[in-house]
Ligand binder design. Structure first.
Ligand code: RTP
Ligand code: MG
Length: 219
């Protein structure tokens, strides 16, 4: 049976309602998928570098490592027929602006590669990623993950999701650069605060910085 690694990135875990909505939709869209293991934790630099080793040397690699370490992530494994392809279809295209608006990245992603979740890209890489995360974290793929996922969804499903469209507009303005970077970072931070219960302003500012940092890659 095929398996894949799902990792909610910090833009989904910090925006609590987004994390819950993403997991809920995935379980609905893939009802036959069997969740294995669950962990919520921060990602040390060495795990981030190993997880993204395939992208080492690319211009966006340093940003990737920064972004995944902005806040905690949630990781689980899904087992099912053709699950690698099917999970990626639910997530949508890599870049938020190119993703189908009905897909999870199209609906909740903030901009460019700030795209809510990672999913393995093919079965061989999935097995390597699963082995890595199982070894380096308390993911524990020998235990069932469904109860943990349901508890996570229940805990955060009522958290507000209100800022996505507004942040996208600010990102468009940043692309035109009418004002200083600090000005946009403050605006995005202020909007994110409503979506990020249980995080400090300083932590949320790191997410805003990563949002602008992804846009800086194109400048
Ligand atoms: P993922 O690995 O996160 O599931 O995403 P993916 O397969 O759809 O895309 P991939 O090519 O593996 O890229 C990994 C992540 O790198 C970021 N990225 N940003 N030019 C850019 O701004 C850029 N290119 C890649 C995205 O966060 C992407 O998900
Ligand atoms: Mg990938």
């Amino acid at each position: 049976m095929e398996r894949t690694l799902l990792v909610l990135k910090p833009d989904a875990t910090m925006r609590r309602g987004v994390g819950a909505a993403v997991l809920e939709r995935i379980l609905e869209a893939l009802p036959d998928a069997r969740p294995l293991g669950f962990v919520e934790r921060s990602v040390p630099k060495s795990l981030a570098a190993q997880h993204y080793a395939i992208h080492k040397g690319k211009f966006f690699f340093p940003w990737l490592i920064q972004f995944i370490r902005v806040g905690k992530v949630v990781a689980t494994v899904l087992e099912g027929n053709d699950i690698v392809r099917r999970l990626r279809a639910v997530l949508g295209a890599t870049f938020v602006d190119k993703a189908d608006p009905e897909s999870l990245r199209g609906k909740y992603g903030l901009v460019g590669g700030v795209n809510v979740a990672h999913a393995s890209d093919e079965p061989g890489n999935a097995e390597k990623e699963i082995a890595l995360w199982d070894k380096r974290t308390s993911l524990d793929i020998r235990s069932g993950g469904r109860d943990n996922l349901l508890a996570y969804i229940e805990k955060w499903r009522r958290a507000k999701i209100s800022a996505t469209q507004k942040i996208r507009i600010i990102c468009k303005e940043y692309a035109q650069s009418y004002s200083s970077r600090d000005h946009y970072e403050e605006q995005i931070t202020n909007l994110l605060i409503s979506e990020c219960p249980s995080w400090t302003r300083r932590e949320i500012q790191k997410l805003a910085d990563a949002v602008l940092g992804n846009m800086d890659l194109d400048k």
